[in-house]
Design a protein around this ligand. Structure first.
Ligand code: NAD
Ligand code: IPM
Ligand code: MN
Length: 361
């Protein structure tokens, strides 16, 4: 098989700490399964780069990484130095749009050895297998829009507005992806997040497109909930969900809530996919740069490592994906005595957890 080239972008904060562990484990898996991988490291999409160059990314960033097979990404954002909307719209959000990564696939799964903070109705703990869902987030349009503006700035008449934009093409393609995924899973259950009671133009349109797509997948059980009650259901009956499809903003919120219900956002991965494979897809943990813990080497690297597994699977190496997931589960098993980070009740360092997972492989 030909060499696969991975662009590695660690970014800001704990991105710089978890990325070496992600690379360590992906590299170990590549060796184990004879996958020919090359890692090219880039320093842009970071405050360190911006401080030197006055912008988060070079003008020719697309030429630099557009030819790679995948982008392995840490986290971006250094709000103490630069407003988030500036750093993010100059980096991550640009990747998603320019590389047409219109699906953001985010699993939320209760892993063995982690105690879920959400319990059953009778107060007993949830077990692995009970929370096992995919959030399919629309990733290039919706509420995240650059259309809008400010009028009469600084006056009493000041007005700000920002449009939510949905295209039929954009909505249908992410719905199709979600239905295909639901159809491939044993429960064949798709839930749509809506808010068509209040947001009276775009959300009814979303519902309409869901209803239309549902006709093509009669074997998939479809339901929908308004986003407010949906967040309550995530907490009270997370076992109900299988595939949850949502607009950009609702998907963002649900994909922190889902992993939080499984114990920590530190293990949650995400795949920003260009399913057509015209452009590279980007694999990044759900969490951010966590300035509050940066510099102490205590961040959980499992989110980054799991992203590495998703990346290998997308590149055609399911066996490597499965082996990394097994290694993560082995290390999370409390009986293993393996190191774990503070967010899941341990005291170990980022590096020790990364090394333990690589060794378990
Ligand atoms: P965050 O995810 O960075 O942190 C939220 C909380 O979770 C913090 O208390 C943090 O310490 C903890 N946490 C996060 N990841 C962890 C890990 N791997 N192990 C242990 N604990 C972990 O969210 P935030 O504080 O809202 O954002 C910080 C910065 O990151 C902001 O600039 C924000 O815009 C950015 N951000 C970037 C991304 C991304 O690059 N994909 C995602 C979310 C936030
Ligand atoms: C995520 C993040 C980003 C988003 C931010 C940092 C712009 O929260 O990847 O979930 O909202 O998409
Ligand atoms: Mn988010």
């Amino acid at each position: 098989m030909s060499k696969k080239r991975i662009a590695v972008i660690a970014g800001d904060g704990i991105g710089k700490e978890v990325m070496p562990e992600g690379v360590r484990v992906v590299d170990a898996a590549a060796r184990k399964f004879g996958i020919d991988l090359a890692f090219d490291h880039f320093d842009f999409a970071s405050w360190d780069y911006c401080e030197k160059h006055g912008r988060y990314m070079p003008e020719n960033w697309k030429d630099q990484v557009g030819g790679h097979d995948a982008i392995f990404f840490g986290a971006v954002g250094w709000p103490e130095k630069i407003p988030d909307h500036e750093s993010l719209w100059q980096s991550l959000l640009l990747f998603r749009r320019e590389f047409d990564q219109y699906v953001n696939l985010r699993p939320a799964r209760l892993m063995p050895g982690i105690i879920a903070p959400v319990v059953r109705k009778d107060g007993t703990p949830r077990q692995p297998g009970e929370i096992d869902m995919y959030i399919v987030r629309e990733n290039t349009e919706g509420e995240y829009s650059a259309v809008g503006g400010r009028m009469y700035p600084g006056t009493e008449r000041e007005i700000v507005m920002q449009e939510t934009i949905m295209s039929r093409h954009g909505v249908d393609r992410v719905l199709k992806f979600a239905y295909e995924l639901a159809n491939s899973r044993p429960k064949k259950h798709l839930t749509s997040a809506t808010k068509s009671n209040g947001i009276a133009i775009t959300m009814p349109y979303w519902d309409e497109r869901v209803a239309e797509m549902a006709k093509k997948y009669p074997q998939v059980k479809t339901d929908k909930f308004h986003i407010d009650i949906l967040t309550a259901h995530f907490v009270q009956r997370p076992d109900f969900f299988d595939v949850v499809v949502a607009t950009n903003l609702f998907g963002d919120i649900l994909s922190d809530l889902g992993p939080a219900c499984t114990g920590t956002i530190g293990i949650a991965p995400s795949a920003n996919l260009n399913p057509d494979r015209k452009f590279p897809s980007l694999f990044e943990p759900v969490h951010g740069s966590a300035p509050d813990i940066y510099g102490r080497n205590i961040a959980n690297p499992i989110g980054q490592i799991w992203c590495g597994a998703m990346m290998l699977e997308f590149l055609g190496h399911k066996e490597a994906h499965d082996a990394i997931l097994k290694a993560i589960e082995a290390v999370l098993d409390p009986k293993s005595g393996a190191p774990r980070t503070g967010d899941i009740g341990g005291k170990a360092s980022t590096t020790d957890v990364g090394k333990a997972i690589a060794a378990a492989l």
